[in-house]
Ligand binder design. Structure first.
Ligand SMILES: [Zn+2]
Length: 224
């Protein structure tokens, strides 16, 4: 299994094919992935996005600078290329996406059971992990959810997701993990973010906590 960050990795893939158009003077320049307007045909009269290695138009570069200053960046899922279906979101069963949008909110409204720790979980929670980074490596502890012990097939899927997750370059350290917050859903806690994913059998909720000497990541696996 491979994990990609949505829509970052798809925007980067689109840009890597778009930028080849600058090599051919007879081809019109590609459109800015952020606003949809044509880029300047002189490559160097455009601007590099400050969050991902994608070139955007000057107007977008200026807008990004203003928004960065005020702390209100334009969410990547609102980029023109994403809202207009210009990025390839082809479904590949071996790829799971991390997204800032939860499309399984309903499970949190269903009946809840309380674990011995006093935390309430939806009844289809099979297992969850808590990981902390001690400055050198990650330590993970696993907990059963109210849905009971997963069978070997489900364990295989959980392991595949968890292994792919920790292979991401963002999981090399806590500072690297914090870069994911540009692509995550903010929460009421300033140093905590949500990401969501999906595999064949599971809805997955990830809570990222960018605080030293605390749990830094929780990953919850809900049976579909
Ligand atoms: Zn633009």
């Amino acid at each position: 299994m491979k994990i990609k960050v949505f829509p970052r990795d798809l925007l980067e893939a689109k840009w890597s094919s778009d930028k080849a158009k600058f090599d051919d003077p007879g081809t019109p320049p590609p459109n800015c992935l952020r606003c949809g307007k044509p880029l300047n045909k002189d490559f160097y009269h455009n601007k590099l996005c400050r969050y991902i290695p994608v070139t955007i138009c000057c107007a977008c570069g200026d807008d990004e600078a203003v928004r960065t200053y005020s702390g209100k960046m334009l969410p990547f899922e609102q980029w023109h290329a994403v809202t207009h279906g210009e990025i390839d979101t082809g479904i590949d069963p071996q790829t799971a996406f991390l997204t800032p949008v939860c499309n399984f909110k309903h499970i949190f409204e269903n009946a809840k059971s309380t674990s011995h720790s006093g935390t309430q979980h939806p009844e289809n929670l099979v297992a969850y992990s808590r990981s902390d980074y001690n400055g050198y490596r990650w330590y993970t502890t696993w907990f059963d959810g109210p849905a009971g012990r997963p069978n070997s097939e489900l364990v295989k899927e959980i392991d595949a997701f968890q292994n792919a997750l920790f292979e991401l370059p963002e999981m090399e350290s806590l500072t690297a993990m914090d870069r994911l917050h540009f692509f995550a859903e903010p929460t009421s806690e300033t140093m905590e973010y949500n990401l969501y994913s999906e595999t064949e059998q599971f809805h997955i909720w990830l809570r990222l906590i960018y605080r030293q000497r605390d749990y830094n990541l929780r990953v919850h696996y809900y049976l579909k």
